[in-house]
Ligand binder design. Structure first.
Ligand SMILES: [Fe+2]
Ligand SMILES: [Fe+2]
Length: 183
């Protein structure tokens, strides 16, 4: 059986493209440059709808409960969950400060940029740590369990995103990455 976590590792690559875009946007804002509001909104929408509401839910509902049953992995799973919670907090602040940031309010821009920086650093490390563990999921679990997890991911995706949406998200992330200018 192939590694059922392969699709999560592939999603990490997509999320990293959005994170790279957010980092450039945050740098541009810190340098006093304007970033188009529609572009900032698209970044936050992708992070919320794809990274948080789909990818993180697959991990939280399917893979993490399975991993937590392995005593050596319990600590890593606890850390991952705590990092998801912190990521949601940063995303919440960015969402709350989006309007003021687009309006050019300097205090709000600083707050947005600071949270964007923290979010990028947090998620980059988080994904590196997850990839190291996820790469071994094929060997950690019997074939039957890997197959069950694959089916469960498909179910989450259907419920959270809707059928056929995954490819659209990948395209949107690529379009965003291509459109964000160097700060
Ligand atoms: Fe995660
Ligand atoms: Fe992840």
């Amino acid at each position: 059986m192939a590694n059922s976590a392969k699709e999560l590792i592939e999603e990490h690559a997509v999320i990293m493209k959005v994170i790279a875009a957010l980092r450039k946007q945050a740098d541009a804002l810190s340098y006093g440059k304007r970033v188009p509001g529609t572009q900032l909104k698209e970044t936050l929408d992708l992070l919320r709808e794809f990274a948080d509401e789909c990818h993180h839910v697959k991990e939280e509902k399917v893979l993490f409960p399975a991993l937590a049953g392995i005593p050596q992995q319990k600590k890593a799973v606890d850390a991952f969950l705590e990092e998801h919670a912190r990521g949601r907090e940063h995303l919440g602040v960015m969402t709350d400060t989006l309007y003021g940031t687009c309006a050019g309010n300097s205090v709000t821009i600083d707050r947005f940029a600071e949270n964007a920086d923290d979010y990028c650093a947090l998620l980059t490390k988080h994904i590196q740590k997850e990839n190291a563990i996820f790469a071994k999921v094929g060997e950690m679990f019997p074939d039957k369990e890997n197959e069950r997890m694959e089916r469960a991911y498909a179910k989450v995706e259907k419920e959270e995103l809707g059928e056929g949406k995954h490819e659209k998200f990948v395209q949107r992330a690529e379009k965003l990455a291509a459109s964000v200018e160097e700060p």
